[in-house]
Write a protein that binds this ligand. Structure first.
Ligand code: 7PJ
Length: 275
């Protein structure tokens, strides 16, 4: 899953896809489409388009602003490229408009907690990723508390899966995500990565995002732009732990890691690329 961030303040790549004008952040459709094409050529199966910054301390972005950023990009990718489009939002209005514009996947860091969100997805055919977060982006890294992080994150995800199932969303449309960096200490993040195999008990595909995050930066001691090797190492550990989808800024390198993992996992069916 390649990340397309349409926010001016992304810690790693946001402002490259638009400009800050007097009237707010203006997305460049040409640049964004080019980025999407490149990610697709590099092997991305899903593109995750987001207009709301969710990094620690970020301010909320209005529904209208999110739609102004995201919808033209969804429409342009839909009519030009053959790829699964995911939209990163917790807002029911944004989800509804994104699905109408061609998104097939909703990536909600708030696990459909907005009123009516579960019902909206139930009435659509979209897939949805339910992510765990403790607190809200503005304050989540200031106060978090767990007795047993893995058990608590799994219990939360199970409860959200049950809420979706009760309103008729088929299991085949659901994915779960432990939410690395969302209201968690460094130790919590690595405990979740180490114990990822336990999440198999949920019997759903695991999606996760670790790309360039502070859990990588903290242990390698490098700024976001220099965290590729660390991110790939973590992605490989996540794949070994059972992850199905890796959300990443660096598609080519991540796809290489996935290919090596697949060959390791099933040596007899290793795919040969002629040089
Ligand atoms: C995640 C996400 C993640 C899912 C972000 C960043 C922060 N969505 N959106 N999982 N992280 N599903 O990319 O560093 O971990 S935004």
């Amino acid at each position: 899953m390649g990340i397309i961030n349409l926010t001016p303040d992304s810690f790693s790549d946001g402002s490259q896809l638009g400009r800050q004008g007097d009237d707010g952040f203006r997305v460049s459709l040409d640049k964004t489409l080019l980025r999407a094409e490149t990610m697709l050529a590099e092997g991305a199966a899903i593109l995750d388009i987001g207009g709301e910054s969710t990094r620690p301390g970020a301010a909320p972005v209005s529904d209208q602003e999110q739609m102004d950023r995201v919808l033209p990009v969804v429409a342009a990718i839909r009519s030009n490229l053959d790829v699964c489009i995911s939209v990163d939002s917790s807002s029911v209005a944004v989800m509804r408009a994104a699905i109408a514009a061609g998104a097939e996947f909703i990536n909600d860091i708030r696990a459909l907690s907005a009123p009516e969100a579960v019902g909206l997805i139930a009435e659509s055919e979209a897939a949805v990723c339910l992510m765990h977060m403790q607190g809200q982006p503005g304050t989540m890294q200031q106060a978090y508390r767990y007795d047993d992080v893995v058990t608590e994150v799994m219990a939360f995800l199970k409860a959200r899966v049950d809420a979706c199932r009760q309103q008729g969303i088929a299991r085949s449309r659901l994915l779960v995500d432990p939410g690395f960096g969302f209201g968690k200490s460094l130790q919590h993040n690595y405990r979740l990565l180490k114990d990822l195999p336990r999440f198999a008990a949920l019997e759903l595909p695991i999606l996760l995002g670790i790309s360039r995050k502070s859990m990588i930066g903290a242990v390698v001691g490098r700024p976001p732009q220099q965290r590729l090797a660390g991110s790939i190492a973590a992605a490989t550990l996540a794949l070994k732990g059972g992850a199905s989808i890796i959300r990443s800024h660096d598609v080519a390198a991540t796809v290489d890691a996935i290919r090596v993992h697949c060959a390791f996992h099933d040596p007899e069916s290793a795919v040969v690329h002629e040089e």
